[in-house]
Ligand binder design. Structure first.
Ligand SMILES: [Zn+2]
Length: 148
């Protein structure tokens, strides 16, 4: 084979895309032709540089973004739980004030007292439900990440 024909095959040789016959022809030619051997070396070097430029940086950046995403979601879930706990503490304190101020005030009718008590109970149930939902969502998100 002539040098021109071999040079056309060099890229395929590096990518391992040649037939066994073509491969053998390239190997035999390169063993005795300095010019084509040099060209193959140059092509290999360029490929190596391109690989080094694109491959090692990518997974690193990818994983950093990946973990930051998970961390943000966990953090947000945790933030919701803290807000809910704070709301419960304030709600309980508010209920305590209401109890102290109104429940033992004999001038307020029993019906109003029952109405307020039921409202407070409803609020507490809603807050507990909200916390349980946030904890569930947090666990669920973690599980989803592991599964992926
Ligand atoms: Zn040659």
């Amino acid at each position: 084979m002539k040098c021109d024909e071999i040079k056309i095959l060099l890229a395929g040789f590096l990518d391992d895309e040649l037939t066994p016959q073509q491969r053998k022809a390239v190997e035999e030619h390169i063993a005795q032709c300095e010019n084509c051997s040099f060209e193959l070396d140059e092509m290999r070097k360029i490929r190596d540089v391109l690989h080094k430029m694109s491959v090692p940086d990518m997974p690193d950046t990818f994983w950093r973004t990946y973990w930051r995403g998970i961390y943000n979601r966990i953090e947000r879930g945790f933030g919701w739980i803290l807000i809910s706990i704070g709301a419960i503490i304030l709600g309980t304190y508010g209920a305590y004030i209401l109890i102290a101020d109104f429940f033992f005030d004999p001038t307020i009718s029993i019906l109003v007292r029952i109405g307020i008590a039921v409202s407070i109970l409803g609020t507490i149930v809603l807050l507990v439900s909200l916390i349980r939902e946030r904890i569930f969502a947090l666990k669920h998100e973690r599980y989803k990440e592991v599964e992926r």
